[in-house]
Design a protein around this ligand. Structure first.
Ligand code: FBP
Length: 280
């Protein structure tokens, strides 16, 4: 293949993206909840991050998305076994409610590179009164990441006082389009509730891969697996899942079920039966 137009950084970016994006569909394990939500998300077992990550990685995810500090603490669990996405923005629920519409810097591009990251993740709350602050940081990181060939994953979350329903298809489409126009290499956003509507989100991203954001633990795992199947049918590139995996009664089984639905298009009911022992 003629690679004459390629630059060092375009080759580097392609190499890194290949480590995350499986053409069959990608599964990324998000585990930034210690900062985003705090201890309420964990139990006595899952408070040990390395133990959780080891199980999920063993069960076959493509990548883990961690804060720089957690990547360091848990490196034995993922190193050489899954790709690393370092998330360098964050906020805690300890801050006042009206300050939660902005994510602060939570690490740097340099730290992510030092950790060997395959991509860097940053949140933009489209529609927030602090949109400009988050965009300024996004573009500062973007311009340097571009020169090093580091892909940027954007958590493109529409949130703000003028947004009545952040899962509304037009609103999610808007965020996905804006994320694509801001130069995101991978977009992570909300599921809009149906294949038909999620197709529009994928179209809105104009070819930039769209990953579904997991969301709160569903009471029935089959329901979550059905959403994943719908995302794949809509042309989604996979999912970034946190709570629906690590808050599951069977972390390994749920990870395998998620992987099988996304990568092998196993029927959600069959996956729940096979990996979680659920009966219809
Ligand atoms: P989940 O699958 O648990 O929803 O994780 C995805 C994620 O984006 C995390 O990366 C982040 O911690 C959390 O959701 C954000 O949650 P919130 O909607 O409360 O801001």
């Amino acid at each position: 293949m003629n690679r004459v137009g390629a630059t060092y950084s375009s080759v580097g970016k392609e190499l890194r993206l290949r480590r995350i994006l499986d053409p069959r569909g990608s599964v990324v394990f998000a585990f930034d909840h210690g900062v985003e939500h705090g201890p309420r998300d964990f139990n006595e077992d899952t408070i040990n991050a390395e133990r959780v990550i080891a199980r999920v990685v063993e069960a076959g995810v493509d990548a883990v998305m961690l804060t720089p500090g957690l990547a360091r603490i848990t490196s034995r669990a993922w190193m050489g076994k899954a790709s690393l996405i370092v998330k360098i923005t964050g906020k805690t629920l300890l801050r006042p409610a009206d300050e939660r519409l902005v994510q602060s810097p939570f690490g740097s591009l340099d730290e992510a590179i030092a950790l060997g990251a395959d991509a860097v993740a940053m949140t933009v709350y489209w529609g927030s009164p602090y949109e400009d602050v988050m965009l300024e940081r996004w573009f500062n990181v973007k311009s340097i990441a571009e020169s090093y060939g580091i892909p940027l994953l954007q958590l493109a979350y529409p949130r703000g006082p003028s947004i009545e329903n952040m899962y509304d298809v037009e609103v999610v489409m808007y965020g996905a389009r804006a994320a694509a126009e801001s130069g995101a290499d991978i977009i992570k956003t909300y599921y809009t509730g149906s294949t038909e509507t999620f197709k529009k989100v994928v179209e809105s991203a104009n070819g930039i891969p769209v990953l579904m954001s997991g969301g709160k633990l569903r009471s029935k795992p089959e329901d979550f697996l059905r959403d994943l199947a719908s995302v794949m049918e809509a042309g989604g590139a996979g999912a970034v899942v946190g709570r629906n995996i690590f808050q599951s009664e069977d972390i390994t089984g749920m990870t395998k079920a998620v992987v099988s639905v996304i990568k092998d298009r196993v029927d959600p009911g069959d996956a729940a039966k096979r990996y979680l022992g659920r009966t219809a």
